[in-house]
Design a protein around this ligand. Sequence first.
Ligand code: SAH
Length: 305
Amino acid sequence: MKRFVKPPLTRHKSIMTESILTDSTLTLPGGTWPTLEPGWVWLCGAGPGDPGLMTLHAIHALRQADAIVYDALVSPLILEWARPEAEQIYAGKRGGKPSAKQADISLQLVDLAHAGKRVLRLKGGDPFVFGRGGEEAQTLIQHGVNVRIVPGISAGIGGLAYAGIPVTHRDVNQSVTFVTGHDQRGETPDTLDWDALNRASGVLVIYMGMKHAPTIQKGLLDAGRPKDEPVAVVSQATTPNQQVLETTLGAMVDDIAANHMEPPAIICIGRSVLMRQVLDWQALARGETPRNLDPLGRGKPAEDR
Ligand code: SAH
């Protein structure tokens, strides 16, 4: 019996553009759009890397800002949208190092706002997801600065989507847990209760987990997670340098080293990783065929419930 029909495959086409925005005005869809006023700080997510994953509010802010304070994970392509006369200030911190500079960054934002600048604080992914955006916004508000928060696409959702991994899938998980592999001291947080995480979550999405991958692996194995649990490591997700490693919980540490996987990377632990066998849309766009049209072994088409 023929249960699945292989889809007809067409190669994906791209276009090259010069910068799409040539002046400081951006033609936005109809409606009321907030403008970045002098003395305000907009705390915006830049998404995981691909400039196409920025929000319209964030691009709009880039076209208006006098000062842009950006993080290490913000793509240089995104900064090309800035006005040429805008001051661009790098506020990168290496993951896992003590956050001694965090107060300086927040206070620099306060100073820029008090100087009457239109300030854009641009952070990788979503500013409120493991990005200290909450601390920065709190400091600004404590100093009487007006703030707007513009969410972004977080690497743990959008980055996995670019690898063909849905963070939730009805046949796999009814919840997903986002975990940080680093605490303020750069250590795996002592507060992580691997037994509870294992019990509660079919899918774990780990940010900043590369340095402490052995601790994460041991914690979950000791908690009873099977060695053959599927794991994906997605580095530089959504960028032209995206790399995806498919492995298992038991083999992940060795495989990360053998494949020279480097941060920034998301580690996804759970059976939703198997869906990449059918959903690796970037491979399909290159003309490859799906490896397995039914990776979860349902035995019937996806829409058949
Ligand atoms: N606010 C960000 C997360 C900042 S913490 C967000 O919402 O995405 C930094 C961690 O995010 C990195 O160590 C890595 O785990 C993850 N990360 C950010 N960008 C990434 C990318 N392009 N590819 C893979 N992981 C990424």
